[in-house]
Design a protein around this ligand. Structure first.
Ligand SMILES: Nc1ncnc2c1ncn2[C@@H]1O[C@H](COP(=O)(O)OP(=O)(O)OP(=O)(O)O)[C@@H](O)[C@H]1O
Length: 622
């Protein structure tokens, strides 16, 4: 029933600006519905603040250490100037003292610089790890909290790309970019001050270079922002295509979809490559322009310096230090380009992560949860009161719908495909909330029940009987976390699953591997029933698998159903009419309405829709 609603074309105008050489329709970013998740203004910066806020102390320590490292580093050329203008003249007068002092100071600074650099890397590595761990945890927790309607349109691949490739973009910024930014800004500030102190005229002439450099940087930022957004979208599309294909590997094999998928993957792969190439082109353009500006400027300053030295208004040692400092001033421009590269990529990633984290679940936990009334019996009364429901994108599936199920009743719901059977079940399991009206459990609105209370109240066993990676025992224990081995085995025995589990290579400790590859569909259903039996809910919903089992398998499942349903209120979406025989009541649905309602016997005698279905089924058995 899971659908992926991909709007026809959500490309932005800018995203359609493609580089030459590849066909335009291929390079357009794949249609994505991410525009459906608006990013509230300020959300990315608020997220960043909330991530860095708790680490304020360590960040301050990192900045202090990098300041000290810069001081040690920038002292180098000053000491060279001192050696040339004071040390060497003193040596000519047979006084080696000043030169030796300068050499010792130079070596000391180099040693301290290395030490501070090492300390900074240690502190910043811990900050990075903490931020990334926190962020990954938040994405995982939030994605789990989000409602089913969200997951139906925001594919799992996209969530994975938020938690992997987007977090990776942030990691790059934090682990390399931030250090570069701190080093570059500190070295630019300290060198600027030194240059002005050494010679204010030359210093001013050198610093004027920042005017054209700022213009070039701003233009790079504006141009690259769009390219990086495109690049993040393309990276997500790659992961989406990958996960979708691997999740659907069985239909892929069954329909020999490999060539078609190869072609489709090739398109997103090329889109991603083109986006990355565009971003690198921007970096190269920025790096080239800024370096050329810096070189032209350095030449001009050296010419001016040479003139001042000839004029006698500057010393040669000062000009030498100036040239060394100028080299250091402009050298980090390449680093700045790399920083801006990681910054833009991380900003686009942070925007997408912030959008996901700001999205609130539509099926929310109640602020003031209510408890279910105490009951002496296992089952509870279920009441759909004037319930209407429409999926986010579609027409109304349930027109005003009223249904009362008494406690302990086993109800089978039948009807043509698309009649709304699963929708009724999913509303009762509170996967969605009704658009209008309410659904109550012993008179309490499902919306007022807390998560744990709802889990005790209603459990749904879905068609796929999904098994998580882990052992068979762990899969059964999902029904009641903390259940001991005896309880797990008791549930399996009651369901009739013990025999086949005992025959598995490691019995209950057999790893079912991904999607229970090692056990059959019927056995998977039995494990799912044992899980439900252990959960012991008041209301159990079974969305019966459509796959036809062999006769012994079907009988085993029928028997297991009787055990698991005993005493509780049960709703079975019945795809096999044999299942209906264990029901007290049958509902026939058509276009979201109940068109027949009665015991199986009554409906067969009434000669209506169910009777016709039943007759056809009986005839097919002979
Ligand atoms: N997630 C969804 N988003 C939008 N529309 C949906 C969604 N799930 C179901 N529908 C639509 O709601 C209607 C009822 O679907 P539902 O799955 O409840 O039918 P059903 O009786 O259970 O069918 P089946 O026997 O084939 O499982 C159908 O028209 C279907 O297309």
């Amino acid at each position: 029933m899971t659908t992926t609603c991909e709007p026809a074309d959500t490309r932005t105008k800018d995203a359609r600006t493609q580089p030459a050489g590849l066909p335009e329709d291929e390079l357009a970013p794949p249609p994505e519905d991410e525009e459906d998740i608006p990013v509230p203004p300020g959300a990315p910066s608020a997220l960043l603040r909330s991530l860095l806020g708790p680490l304020r102390g360590r960040i301050a320590a990192a900045i202090a250490v990098i300041l000290l490292q810069q001081a040690a580093l920038q002292a180098g050329p000053l000491l060279v100037a001192l050696a040339m203008d004071r040390g060497i003249p003193a040596l000519r007068d047979n006084d080696a003292g000043p030169l030796v002092a300068v050499i010792v100071a130079y070596l000391g600074c180099a040693l301290l610089g290395t030490l501070f650099q090492w300390t900074f890397i240690r502190i910043s590595a811990r900050i990075n790890q903490d931020v990334l761990m926190d962020l990954r945890g938040r994405i995982f927790r939030h994605a789990q909290r989000l409602s089913l309607d969200f997951h139906e349109r925001y594919t799992s691949g996209r969530i994975i790309s938020r938690a992997t490739s987007d977090v990776e973009a942030l990691r790059e910024l934090l682990s390399e970019g931030l250090q570069e930014l701190l080093t570059v800004s500190l070295s630019v500030c300290s060198i600027s001050v030194i240059l002005l102190v050494l010679d204010w005229q030359l210093g001013l002439a050198a610093l004027l270079a920042f005017l054209p450099l700022c213009v070039i940087t701003q233009s790079f930022r504006n141009r690259s922002r769009l390219v990086y957004r495109r690049s993040r979208t393309a990276a997500a599309s790659l992961i989406v295509r990958f996960t979708e294909t691997m999740n659907g590997i069985r239909p892929v094999k069954a329909f020999r979809l490999e060539p078609t998928n190869d072609a489709a993957f090739g398109v997103v792969n090329r889109q991603s490559a083109a986006a990355t190439a565009d971003s690198l082109l921007e970096v190269a353009r920025y790096g080239g322009l800024s370096r050329m500006t810096a070189n032209v400027w350095t030449t001009g300053v050296v010419v001016l310096g040479a003139y001042l030295v000839t004029d006698g208004s500057a010393e040669l040692g000062v000009l030498t230090a100036f040239v060394l400092y100028l080299h250091r001033l402009f050298e980090p421009i390449d680093q700045l380009a790399m920083f801006l590269n990681s910054y833009q990529s991380a900003a686009a990633a942070l925007e997408k992560i912030a959008g996901l984290l700001a999205h609130e679940p539509t099926v929310a936990e109640p602020a003031d949860p209510a408890d279910l009334p105490a009951s002496t019996i296992k089952g509870r009364e279920v009441h759909f009161e004037k319930t209407r429901f429409a999926y986010r994108t579609g027409k109304e599936v349930l027109p005003p719908f009223d249904l009362l199920l008494s406690a302990g009743q086993t109800v089978a719901v039948v009807g043509a495909t698309g009649a709304g059977k699963s929708t009724v079940a999913k509303l009762l399991a509170r996967f969605y909330d009704p658009t209008e009206g309410r659904i109550t459990l012993d008179g309490v609105d499902l919306r007022d029940l807390s998560g744990p209370e709802l889990r005790r109240g209603v459990v749904m066993v879905t068609q796929e009987s999904f098994l998580f990676s882990g052992t068979v025992a762990e899969n059964i224990a999902i029904g009641r976390p903390g259940a001991d081995r005896a309880e797990i085995e008791e549930a399996a025995r009651a369901i009739g699953a013990h025999e086949f589990i005992a025959e598995l290579p490691d019995g209950y400790d057999t790893d079912v591997r991904k999607r229970g590859g090692r056990i059959s569909a019927g056995q998977r259903q039995l494990v799912a029933f044992a899980r439900a039996l252990l959960a012991d809910p008041a209301v159990l919903i079974l969305d019966e698998a459509t796959s036809s089992l062999d006769v012994p398998g079907e009988q085993a499942v029928q028997q297991a159903m009787r055990t698991v349903l005993a005493g509780r209120t049960a709703v079975i979406i019945a795809h096999r009419l044999s299942t209906v025989e264990i029901a007290d009541r049958v509902l026939v649905m058509d276009q979201g309405r109940i068109v027949e309602d009665g015991t199986p016997r009554e409906l067969i005698d009434r000669a209506g829709r169910f009777a016709r279905l039943h007759r056809a089924w009986r005839d097919s058995l002979v």
